[in-house]
Design a protein around this ligand. Structure first.
Ligand code: SF4
Length: 709
C-alpha cells in the first residue's frame, strides 16, 4: 500500500520498555526514514540497533491482509459473524468462562482497554491474561505486597543522579540499551558505580565495576544477606522504618536465617566472600542507590520474593522516592505497563482496581456492565493448561505468539487443536501462532507499528503516543475497532460505540479517576477530557496526572517521597522472603541449568526484527552458550552443534563456548521459532513452574542435558 507521504511524525519505538521517541519520515514509496526524537525524555534522540533498523521492517511481505476462516479468505462481515456467533454459542453451552483472551504487551493501551472491558464486563469471563505474565508479573506482585499498589516509584532521571546502580537479572546493555547508555553516562559524569548480579557475565557485566556471578536462583540469599549486613552495621533508617513501614522484624529475622552475614551469603550464592563484602560495603556507604531488576529476577518460581528482597533493602534504608534512589523494575515490553493500567492481567479488574466488592461495583457502574466478573481469572500458564483439559473452548489471541514464547509450547500447539473457536488477531500471516489451528480458526488482520494510533506506557510510567504514518494495508484494522465490532454483534453496541482511539483513551482516563479520592495510585483525571487536538499533540507524561493540583498538567516523576504508600494504613510492608531454591533441581540425567533470554538485535519471536538483514547478521542461528569445562565434558566444540534436551523436548543449537556462563549452566536465546529455525525454540523446553504469588513461569532454570550432534 502506498503510504501517506506525510511529513515527519513523532512516535514511539515498538520494542522494549525503555519507550524511546522516534521520528518517522515516510518516503512516499512505502519506506520510512527513522531517527531518534531529540525531545523525547526517554532517549533524547538516541536509538539502539533495533530502533534504528525500524525502517527495514515495514514491508508487507508476510502480512496478513485479509480475514480468513479455516484458511479461506472471507469478508470482514463473515469473519466477525463467525467470531461473534462462536463466542455466543460457547457462552450459552459452556458458560462465559469457557472463553479466554490472551493479550500482549505489544498492543496499545486503547486496544488493551477495549479487550479487557469486553471480556470482563460484557462477555463475563475472567480469563484474560497477557504475555506480560511472562515478563514482569512478579514485579507487579512485589510492588503490591510492598506498596499496596503496582507503582514504579522512580524515574529514569534517578539513573542519572545515582551514585550506585545495581542491576539484578538484567543484561541492560542488550535488552534496555538506551537506558544502559544513560547509566554509563552517569559513570562518566559523576563516577556512578555499576554492580551486576547475574549468573551470566553478559555485555552489561563486562562493563560493570563489580560483577556478581551468583548461582542461579540465589538472589534472595544475596539480598537477605545485604539486609542482615545493613542491620548489623547500624545502617538502617530507623525513623523511616518507624514512621512509614511495617513488618521489619519478621523480614529481618527471616533474612538472618537465610544469610546472617557476608560469609553465609557467599556460601549460599557461590560468590567469593570478598566480592560479597565489597558489594555490601558499597551499598551501605552510598546514599543514592538504584536497584534495577528485570527478567532474571522476574522469570522465576521465586520471582516475587526476589523483588521483595530487593525492595526490603530500599525500604530499610529509606532509599525510595527521592532523587537517585529506589527500586526500579525494568519492564520488558513497550506497553506492559499500559496493560497493567487497564487491568489486562487475570488478577486485576481495571485501572489498578482488583476484586474488593466496592471495586467490582465501581467498575460495573462505570461501564454499565451487564456481566461484570467478581474474581480473578486464570493466569497464562494455567489458562493454557485449561485448554488442554478442555475447560476453555474459545481462545482469542491478540498480538502475541504463544506457540513460540510460552513454556511447554509444543503441548500448547497441540491443545489449540481442541478449541471449538481459535481467533488470532495478527499483523503477520506466518507466525507460528497464526499457523496453528483449532476446530474453527479465524485470522483477523491487525494494524502494525506505523499504522496504528494510540498510547503506550514505558518503564518509568511515561505515557507516549504511537502515531500512524503509513496507510492501513489491505483490509487490516485497529484491534479496538475489531473488538468493538464483535461487541456490537454480541448486543453491546452502546458501550462500544467508539470511532477513534482518543474516545477510548478518554474513557480509560475517566475510569482511573472515577470515585478516586487519592487512595488509588493510577489517576489520569487530568486527561479525562482530552480532545482530539490535545491527544494528537500529547507530550510524553508520567502518571499520575490527576485533575487538580501541581501534577495535573505534567504528571509526576517520583512517588512515595512523602513516605505515604497505598496500603490501608499508608505504610509500606516488608516481606519475609523464602530461602533460595530451584523449582526443579538438576539430576544426573539433566545435570545443567538452562537459562533463556534475549539477544541484542532480535525482539521476541522475530516477526519484525527477522526482516532486517542487518539485525539478523548479529547472530544468524539459534545457539547455546556453555562453559569450557562442560563443553569438554560433553565433547562439544565452539561452532559445532548440540542437542539440548529437557523433559519437554529438545532443540538443536549452535555451540558457543564461553566462560561468561557458570560451570553447570547453559544459556539459549528465546527468539527463534519453527518458522525461522527448525528445532530452535528455547522457551518451549521449559516446564513453566510458576511463582505461587505472581503466576510468572520459571524460564531461567530448567534442568537440561546436552550432546553433540
Ligand atoms: Fe527501541 Fe528499546 Fe532500543 Fe529504545 S532501547 S530504541 S525502545 S529497542
Amino acid at each position: 500500500a502506498p503510504d501517506l507521504a506525510a511529513p515527519a511524525v513523532k512516535t514511539t519505538c515498538p520494542y522494549c520498555g525503555v519507550g524511546c521517541g522516534v521520528i518517522a519520515t515516510p518516503d512516499g514509496q512505502g519506506g520510512v526514514a527513522i531517527a531518534g526524537d531529540p525531545d523525547h525524555p526517554a532517549n533524547f534522540g538516541r536509538l539502539c540497533s533495533k530502533g534504528s533498523a525500524l525502517g527495514e521492517t515495514v514491508d508487507l511481505g508476510d502480512r496478513l491482509l485479509a480475514p480468513t476462516v479455516d484458511g479461506q479468505s472471507v469478508s470482514w462481515e463473515g469473519a466477525l459473524g463467525t467470531v461473534a456467533g462462536g463466542l455466543r454459542r460457547i457462552a450459552e453451552q459452556h458458560g462465559p468462562d469457557a472463553i479466554a483472551f490472551y493479550l500482549s504487551g505489544q498492543i496499545l493501551t486503547e486496544d488493551y482497554y477495549v479487550a479487557n472491558k469486553l471480556a470482563k464486563g460484557f462477555i463475563g469471563t475472567p480469563h484474560v491474561d497477557t504475555n506480560s505474565r511472562l515478563c514482569m508479573s512478579s514485579a507487579v506482585a512485589a510492588h503490591r505486597r510492598a506498596f499496596g499498589s503496582d507503582t514504579v516509584p522512580g524515574c529514569y532521571e534517578d539513573l542519572d543522579e545515582a551514585d550506585l546502580i545495581v542491576l539484578v537479572g538484567s543484561n541492560a546493555a542488550w535488552c534496555h540499551p538506551i537506558l544502559f547508555r544513560r547509566m554509563v553516562d552517569a559513570r562518566k559524569n559523576r563516577g556512578t558505580k555499576i554492580v551486576t548480579v547475574d549468573p551470566r557475565r553478559t555485555q552489561t557485566g563486562e562493563e560493570a565495576d563489580l560483577h556478581l556471578g551468583l548461582q542461579p536462583g540465589t538472589d534472595t540469599a544475596l539480598f537477605s544477606g545485604l539486609l542482615s549486613y545493613l542491620a548489623g552495621q547500624a545502617k538502617l533508617d530507623g525513623r523511616f522504618i518507624e514512621e512509614h513501614t511495617a513488618g521489619i522484624e519478621g523480614a529481618l529475622e527471616r533474612a538472618r536465617q537465610i544469610a546472617p552475614d557476608a560469609a553465609a551469603t557467599a556460601r549460599a550464592t557461590g560468590l567469593a566472600e570478598a566480592d560479597v563484602q565489597a558489594f555490601f560495603e558499597l551499598f551501605a556507604r552510598t546514599k543514592r542507590v538504584v536497584t534495577a531488576f528485570s527478567q532474571g529476577a522476574n522469570q522465576s518460581a521465586q520471582g516475587t520474593d526476589k523483588g521483595n528482597a530487593i525492595i526490603n533493602c530500599h525500604l530499610a534504608t529509606g532509599r525510595i522516592g527521592r532523587p537517585g534512589m529506589g527500586p526500579l523494575s525494568l519492564t520488558g515490553q513497550p506497553n506492559a505497563m499500559g496493560g497493567r493500567e487497564v487491568g489486562g492481567l487475570a488478577n486485576m479488574l481495571a485501572a489498578h482496581m482488583h476484586f474488593a466488592p466496592e471495586e467490582v461495583d465501581r467498575v460495573r457502574r462505570f461501564w454499565k456492565a451487564p456481566n461484570i466478573i467478581t474474581g480473578e481469572g486464570m493466569k497464562a500458564v494455567a489458562l493454557f493448561e485449561a485448554i488442554e483439559r478442555g475447560k476453555i473452548k474459545a481462545l482469542w489471541v491478540i498480538g502475541t505468539n504463544p506457540v513460540v514464547s510460552m513454556p511447554r509450547a509444543d503441548r500448547i500447539r497441540e491443545s489449540l487443536k481442541t478449541l471449538d473457536l481459535y481467533v488470532v488477531s495478527e499483523a503477520v500471516a506466518t507466525s507460528d501462532s497464526a499457523r496453528a489451528v483449532g476446530k474453527k480458526t479465524v485470522l483477523l488482520p491487525a494494524l502494525a507499528w506505523g499504522e496504528k494510533d494510540g498510547t503506550v506506557t514505558n518503564t518509568e510510567r511515561r505515557i507516549s503516543r504511537q502515531r500512524a504514518f503509513l496507510k492501513a494495508p489491505g483490509q487490516a484494522r485497529a484491534d479496538w475497532a475489531i473488538l468493538s465490532d464483535v461487541a456490537r454483534r454480541l448486543g453491546h453496541g452502546e458501550a462500544f460505540a467508539y470511532n477513534s482511539a482518543v474516545e477510548i483513551f478518554r474513557e480509560h482516563a475517566a475510569l482511573s479517576a472515577f470515585e478516586n479520592d487519592g487512595t488509588r495510585d493510577f489517576d489520569l483525571g487530568g486527561l479525562a477530557e482530552i480532545d482530539r487536538h490535545a491527544y494528537d499533540a500529547h507530550l510524553p507524561m508520567q502518571w499520575p496526572v490527576p485533575k487538580r493540583g501541581p501534577d495535573a498538567r505534567k504528571g509526576r516523576a517520583r512517588l512515595f517521597a512523602d513516605g505515604r504508600f497505598y496500603t490501608f494504613d499508608q505504610r509500606a510492608r516488608f516481606v519475609a522472603v523464602q530461602p533460595p531454591a530451584l523449582a526443579q533441581p538438576v539430576t544426573a540425567e539433566r545435570p545443567l541449568v538452562l537459562n533463556t533470554g534475549r539477544i541484542r538485535d532480535h525482539w521476541h519471536t522475530m516477526t519484525r526484527t527477522g526482516k532486517s538483514q542487518r539485525l539478523s547478521a548479529h547472530r544468524a542461528v539459534p545457539f547455546v552458550e556453555i562453559h569450557p569445562d562442560d563443553a569438554a565434558r560433553h565433547r562439544l566444540s565452539d561452532g559445532g552443534f548440540a542437542r539440548v534436551t529437557t523433559d519437554l523436548g529438545s532443540a538443536i543449537l549452535e555451540v558457543t563456548v564461553t566462560d561468561g556462563v557458570l560451570p553447570g549452566s547453559i544459556f539459549a536465546p528465546m527468539h527463534w521459532s519453527d518458522m525461522t529455525a527448525s528445532d530452535g525454540r528455547a522457551a518451549a523446553l521449559a516446564r513453566g513452574i510458576t511463582d505461587p504469588v505472581s503466576g510468572q513461569p520459571e524460564l531461567k532454570a530448567t534442568p537440561a542435558s546436552v550432546e553433540a550432534v
